[in-house]
Design a binder for this molecule. Structure first.
Ligand SMILES: [Zn+2]
Length: 328
């Protein structure tokens, strides 16, 4: 159950920063944790919200300027294990996401984070767009650039262009010289996918994704598929791959039971890649393009914090294009 009520102010531990939340974007994670997840216990009451922008109000860490405008890295890691020290902090055994499990998130006026999670934002970037950036652009960046090793000239299929990850993946792939094919479920969403850089678009309700991909690539298939839909699209995603193709997935919104024909896997030399969030270094890298105006998070709608329930209903309804953001 989601309730709007008073909560105690967070108390800072060593090396932490208190941030006055100005905007917090929604993610599917917010819905899943509200419904309950297998094998995951979340101490109650819990505050959701993984994508935060705001201002620093206090810090127990040195060299932090009070009043500084920031967005927050959504991944929290230990900072001292082999994975963290190798720059792969999203593989840290203690990795957690802000607003999930033990970390109270941004559906609040105040949130605390380790100082390593601060990303200062320039004055020309507003809080709503800053909050819409981190989680999905980080996720899409890690999928495309690190896991699937996108190369200039690759053909990339992005499923569900209107989703947060979808709109981010189209932009990142386009920026790096890929030819992007995107799917969506309405004429308006397809048009918006084109405006973000999609070369061709596929209506996933009216057209057969595999047939369209084969037609558009002269029967070759695509080099990379960006998957997060899961069970409903998995067979088509595998069949849309070219020889040597990479399927990278970060989610299973429609279900997690997937099968694969092993003959296709080996004969076509396919790679199936899992991806979860991304590293702190990757977010800083992606943010440079955001601050320079080359990546632009798409904001669907904003809601006041008190209307978080209505905001979550909009996300559940799948009518959105881009990020839904709470203003605090
Ligand atoms: Zn670690």
């Amino acid at each position: 159950m989601l309730r709007y009520e008073d909560a105690p102010d967070p108390e800072l531990g060593p090396g932490e920063v208190l941030v006055r939340v100005r905007a917090c974007a929604l993610n599917h994670l917010d819905l899943w944790q509200r419904r309950g997840l297998e094998h995951v216990t979340i101490p109650m009451p819990h505050i959701s919200g993984s994508d935060v922008a705001g201002e620093v109000v206090a810090a127990t860490a040195p060299d932090v300027v009070v009043g500084r405008r920031v967005m927050l890295q959504p991944g929290v890691s230990c900072g001292r294990c082999a994975a963290c020290l190798s720059g792969r902090d999203n593989e840290c055994p203690r990795y957690e996401v802000l607003g999930y499990q033990h970390h109270a998130g941004g559906y609040a006026q105040l949130v605390k984070v380790p100082v390593a999670n601060l990303v200062p934002i320039p004055d020309e970037i507003d809080f709503v767009h800053a909050a819409a950036f981190p989680l999905v652009f980080l996720t899409a960046w890690h999928m495309l650039m690190t896991r699937a090793r996108l190369t200039r000239g690759d053909d990339v299929l992005v499923l569900a262009a209107g989703s947060g990850v979808g709109q981010a993946a189209i932009q990142i792939a386009f920026l790096h010289g890929a030819r992007v094919f995107a799917t969506a479920g309405s004429e308006e969403k397809l048009e918006r996918a084109r405006s973000l850089g999609a070369y061709e678009v596929i209506d996933h309700y009216k057209q057969d994704i595999v047939a369209e991909v084969k037609r558009l690539t002269n029967k070759r298939g695509v080099d990379i598929v960006i998957e997060h839909v899961g069970q409903a699209t998995w067979p088509a995603s595998v069949r849309a791959l070219a020889r040597g193709g990479r399927l990278v997935t970060c989610g299973a919104t429609t279900g997690h039971d997937a099968a694969i024909d092993l003959r296709a896997l080996f004969a076509k030399q396919l790679s199936l890649l899992g991806s979860y969030m991304g590293t702190k270094g990757e977010l800083l890298r992606a943010a440079r393009f955001f601050f320079a105006g080359q990546l632009k998070p798409v904001v669907d709608r904003t809601f006041p914090l008190g209307d978080a329930a209505a905001a979550q209903r909009r996300l559940e309804g799948s009518g959105q294009f881009g990020k839904i953001v709470l203003e605090v």
